[in-house]
Design a protein. Sequence first.
Length: 78
Amino acid sequence: MTIMALTLSKEQLLEELDIVENTLRALIDKRAFPHPRKIGPTKIRWLVAEVVEWLQAQPKAWTNLATDQAEEAGADSA
């Protein structure tokens, strides 16, 4: 595994999350998104693990308790 696989550039992050730079900046300013890591004099990158953790903590877009429970039960039995 390479360091590049563990991190995302700003361009990669924006593409993966399908957001624009202003949205990213607003999330960071509100402390609602992981801050990037400085890995060189001018280079910053986000840790994939922190981005995934942030995504998993976000509320589901649609909540249907019966469907969610059925999906979880199916995942548990697989």
